[in-house]
Design a protein around this ligand. Structure first.
Ligand SMILES: Nc1ncnc2c1ncn2[C@@H]1O[C@H](COP(=O)(O)OP(=O)(O)OP(=O)(O)O)[C@@H](O)[C@H]1O
Length: 276
């Protein structure tokens, strides 16, 4: 049984009088690739900000590797969890890609040699080696997102949390980014991905958690989420194209069946009238 890294227990979070999260339990084991989904405003970002200790819960507890994070700061958490914001411009400040990626491990007090090696590996893993000397702000959104990921993994985290990393990217960039996350996951990094993209969930993640108005309403595999028995439309989720097509075809087949039985009924009636 893999170790539980992040254990969020009975969490309540309020902004003023508004309860954004209401008694949510969410545990993540080492090696998982889990998506957090839900309509706008359902509480996804709040949950991940709590995990990072960027905000503190109003009620409940958060443990990392069994340790209560109540007194931990975001800097403490960044030793174990890398956080990639939805908008990479929010976390890119240095003059070159290389300096940007080196900044985190330097802040954590890694030795110069370790920083150099961590940066080399992070740039290599994210395919950014060629861009090491570039000014990050001139890069494409997808490349900036990779710089943010490289900066996070250079700190050698156990967990990577990404908030809508594919938003605003073209399909090629999005696919390249998801392939990168899959590679990082197979190398042992636990991935928590906030997304409202059901195609991504169905293709890449092993588990999906759905939030709705601050409540956890689903926790299971993508296959279970899309098996037709979950009220995903009610939760504001758009099913993946293949699932939608299957459901359409299913309803067509059902329609054909009922047409067929009407037709048979008609034929039988005509036959009995003929025989009479
Ligand atoms: N700083 C804030 N002050 C007041 N209310 C907030 C604040 N941040 C978020 N909220 C509210 O809390 C609820 C949850 O917000 P949160 O950003 O966690 O949702 P989300 O699922 O990440 O949404 P999105 O998909 O739009 O990013 C929303 O109703 C939002 O309006």
């Amino acid at each position: 049984m893999p170790e539980i890294l992040l254990d969020i227990k009975n969490i309540i979070y309020t902004y003023g009088d508004y309860r954004a999260l209401d008694k949510v339990d969410f545990a993540v084991a080492a090696g998982e690739f889990v998506a957090i989904a839900g309509r706008n405003g359902s509480g996804k970002t709040t949950l991940t900000r709590l995990a990072m200790s960027l905000i503190k819960p109003t009620g409940g507890h958060i443990y990392f590797q069994g340790e209560n994070t109540a007194t931990m700061t975001p800097a403490d958490m960044s030793r174990s969890i890398g956080y990639v914001f939805q908008n990479p411009d929010r976390q890119i400040f240095q003059g070159t890609v290389e300096k940007e990626v080196a900044y985190g491990p330097e802040q954590l007090g890694f030795s110069p040699d370790t920083v150099k090696e961590a940066v080399r590996q992070a740039l290599n893993m994210t395919g950014l080696t060629e861009l090491a000397g570039n000014f990050p702000r001139t890069l494409s959104r997808g490349q900036k997102q990779k710089v943010a990921i490289a900066s996070a993994i250079a700190m050698r985290p156990q967990v990577l949390i990404l908030d809508e990393p594919t938003s605003g990217q073209d399909p090629w960039e999005a696919q390249s980014l998801m392939d990168l996350l899959t590679k990082l996951n197979t190398q042992g990094i636990t991935i928590i991905l906030v997304t409202h993209d059901m195609e991504i969930i169905s293709q890449y993640t092993a588990r999906a958690v759905v939030l709705e108005q601050g409540h956890k309403v689903f926790d299971g595999t993508p296959a279970e989420l899309f098996n037709g028995n979950q009220p995903i439309k009610k939760w504001g989720l758009v099913p993946p194209a293949a699932v939608a097509l299957r459901q359409e075809l299913g309803s067509l087949a059902r329609q054909d069946e009922s047409n067929l039985s009407d037709l048979l009924g008609c034929l039988l009636k005509q036959r009995s009238e003929y025989n009479a």
